[in-house]
Design a protein around this ligand. Structure first.
Ligand code: HDE
Length: 712
């Protein structure tokens, strides 16, 4: 309901917040009449009746029975009883944000899609990030693939790019998707585990389904525990087509590259966060947008000319394969900026309905058999999730382009169609709405006329037959520490598998075909005999390494939006706190001052410093780095404070940059730690530079072997 705002009455309640929502900066301000703002409004029923008493049910006497006649209470409770809708079958846990997309230049050579033509045009977008396995309330930082779904509200209709943060998928054909999902979901008898793949049914399935090998190694890599949603790449996964106004088609792979760089948590940190802050990723995205640190991604495509369709040593229709950037570099198309949080989680993030089948003229599908199945699934699933075929009328899903057709009625219809003819052709409504020929200006959608001459057949193409060479390419493209993390992840997950024959099958029939050393290391960790050789002949491919796959090569080289904890107790050197805060702010990073409790601390020169939280309230896992300013009394207090000492040891163990200023140097002895490239000791003016360099490198990877000795 749209509402005209009378001046808000001054609140009668002390401490009441009357928010200013005058600038909600909506998708299309004038069109979004459905956003409701209750500021200054009377409480009313859904029928518009003002409510005089929202505290008491209507009763026969103050101590008597409640009366059925109470339509106000009944309306309220009835609505409440039906508040929940089914969660998504996969990707149930997610978070969304609004923003816009802007093309860098006119890309008419590649495509006629309107949103990729005019660099001045801002196309509104809504993005939903998600995990795959867990239910709605599950933790954000579990080991899992992340969904990266973008709805472009273009003038020619909605385009949904429903991708993931990994460029390949577990299976090659849509018909295997229910099997895969049943295997990865919690086990059917006890609904364990929530949010993870470390269990028998998952490993049973993937060890029997070698086509999953490539995606599984991505899922065992650091990519599956992203540091934040802002630091994830996104991929369209399938090959699509772009088509220009002359009808020329080219194959493309879509890529999103984050301005914040691509980096991850470490495993122990991810596990702890899943308990201490279930909403870690959600909160980070929300806060970044609220603070004006608008996350950005560059959209790009790898372009493959039609005549080069078969030029690779894999099939570009096979969704378990990526096209190495070293073979086909990414052509940048434009930039997406997320700049507005939703007003209401349910109405926007929960009700948004993505579908890979939502495309616009200038974009088309390929015959990837996984994509083809998805084109059916998404619309179908919305019918039960959102209660009928009118989900496109829900505000968050409504295109900004007008829509008129002969579809009528059904559950939750909100459009009131005025015409008499709900069919086409018609002569009684003047023939409207009418088709637009594809060739016309702003023409109608026309599918690319691909020639097909084939037998109707249930068969997997032989060109989809190599399942290991790209998994091997991925493993060999990782830096040393990334490889170690992959070995640990397989060992951890398979260690949770109860049936030894499943562990052995994964090691001998999958890992040994990817890399024998990887298989041996995992076998050793599981107490299994080391495999001597793989079980299949893995073809040699044109690349041994693809540096673009390693996150070690994907950092932005700055410390923008990084979060630094400053630990202080009474007697802290206030000037050192100020200087570090200023230096961090100058670089676009954020500092929070933490004390032993939430009470302010007193500086060495007697000033009161308010703290942002206690050290327990914002643990080290919520930060990228830690700074301990000097001040003799403060350091003395921190040296005997178990929470503070744990704070530093934990940050050390998680390979974070730590700077110890002045007297804080003494903490090295207390903690029995040695300075390293990221554990920096110094005085004013000498500390910030090496500290910031270490933060910019994300983690101090060289410390990792040593950090293993620190208790978790
Ligand atoms: Fe999905 N997927 N999927 N998927 N998927 C869904 O749609 C499905 C696949 C992806 O934030 C569902 O609305 C099939 C690949 C994302 O709302 C469902 C197959 C990729 C999201 C569905 C796949 C994805 C979904 C569940 C194999 C990466 C969340 C609820 C053919 C390219 C979108 C819903 C959001 C959600 C089906 C495979 C990404 C059941 C049948 C490959 C990001 O329709």
């Amino acid at each position: 309901m749209s509402t005209k705002k009378p001046a808000a009455p001054k609140s009668a309640l002390a401490g009441t917040d009357t928010p200013d929502r005058s600038n909600t900066n909506t998708k299309l301000d004038s069109l979004e009449t459905f956003r409701s703002d209750a500021t200054g409004q009377a409480l009313r029923t859904n029928q518009g009746v003002k409510v005089a008493d929202n505290q008491n049910t209507l009763k026969a006497g103050a101590r008597g029975p409640s009366l059925l006649e109470d339509f106000i209470m009944r309306e309220k409770i009835t609505h409440f009883d039906h508040e929940r809708i089914p969660e998504r079958i996969v990707h149930a846990r997610g978070t969304g944000a609004h923003g816009f997309f802007q093309s860098y230049e006119n890309h008419s050579v590649l495509t006629k899609a309107g949103f990729l033509q005019d660099p001045a045009k801002k196309t509104p977008v809504f993005v939903r990030f998600s995990t795959v396995q867990g239910p709605r309330g599950s933790g954000d930082t579990v080991r899992d693939v992340r969904g990266f779904a973008v709805k472009f509200f273009t003038d020619e209709g909605n385009f949904d790019l429903v991708g993931n943060n990994m460029p390949v998928f577990f299976i090659q054909d849509a018909i295997k998707f229910p099997d895969f999902v049943h295997a990865v979901k919690p086990e059917p008898h006890n609904e364990i585990p929530t949010g993870g793949s470390a269990h028998d049914t998952f490993w049973d399935f993937v060890s029997l389904q070698p086509e999953s090998a490539h995606m599984v190694i991505w899922a065992m890599s650091d990519r599956a525990i992203p540091k934040s949603l802002r630091s994830m790449q996104g991929f369209g996964v399938h090959t699509f087509r772009l088509i220009n106004a002359e009808g020329k088609s080219r194959f493309v792979k879509f890529h999103w590259r984050p301005a914040a760089g691509t980096c991850s948590l470490v495993w122990d940190e991810a596990q702890k966060l899943a308990g201490k802050d279930t909403d870690y990723h959600r909160r980070d995205l929300w806060e970044a947008i609220e603070m004006g640190d608008y996350p950005e991604w560059e959209l790009g495509v790898q372009v493959i000319e039609e005549e080069n369709e078969h030029a690779f040593d894999f099939d570009i229709l096979d969704p378990t394969k990526l096209i190495p950037e070293e073979l086909v570099p990414i052509t940048p198309l434009g930039k997406m900026t997320l700049n507005r949080n939703p007003d209401n989680f349910f109405a926007e993030t929960e009700q948004v309905a993505f579908c890979p089948g939502h495309i616009v003229p200038g974009i088309d599908f390929s015959n990837d058999p996984l994509l083809q199945g998805r084109l059916f699934s998404y619309t179908d699933t919305q019918i039960s999730r959102l209660g009928g075929p009118n989900f496109h009328e829900i505000p968050i899903n409504r295109p900004v382009a007008p829509f008129h057709n002969g579809q009528r009625d059904a559950l939750h219809r909100t459009t009131i169609d005025k015409g008499r003819a709900s069919y086409e052709p018609n002569s009684i409504d003047g023939g409207w709405p009418k088709e637009t020929p594809a060739a016309a200006q702003d023409g109608g959608f026309e599918s690319y006329q691909e020639r097909i001459d084939a037998n109707k057949i249930r068969q997997r193409s032989e060109s989809f037959g190599d399942h290991f060479s790209q998994a091997r390419l991925f493993f060999h493209s990782m830096s040393k520490h990334e490889q170690e993390h992959i070995i640990s992840a397989y060992s951890f997950e398979l260690g949770k598998v109860e049936r030894e024959f499943i562990r052995a099958r994964e090691v001998n029939e999958i890992l040994a075909n990817i890399d024998l050393e990887l298989a041996k290391r995992v076998a050793q960790n599981l107490g299994l005999p080391a495999p001597k050789a793989g079980t299949v002949d893995v073809p040699k491919i044109s690349l041994d390494r693809s540096p673009a796959l390693s996150q070690a090569n994907l950092l932005p080289g700055d410390i923008k939006t990084r979060k630094v904890a400053i630990l202080a107790a009474n007697g802290v050197d206030g000037n050192a706190v100020d200087a570090m805060k200023k230096a961090l702010e100058a670089e676009g990073a954020h500092a929070k001052l933490l004390g032993p409790t939430s009470a302010p601390v007193t500086t060495a020169d007697g000033k009161m410093l308010p703290v942002d939280a206690s050290m327990e309230g914002l643990p080290s896992i919520a930060f990228d780095a830690v700074f301990v300013p000097g001040g003799a009394a403060s350091i003395k207090a921190l040296s005997t404070d178990g929470v503070a000492l744990h704070y530093l040891l934990e940050a050390y163990k998680h390979l974070k940059a730590i700077a110890l200023h002045g007297e804080a140097k003494q903490l090295l002895d207390v903690l029995k730690l040695e300075a390293d490239a990221g554990l920096i000791v110094g005085v004013d003016g000498k500390l910030a530079k090496p500290f910031f360099t270490a933060i910019g490198q994300h983690r101090v990877w060289d410390r990792e072997p040593k950090a293993k000795a620190i208790p978790a």
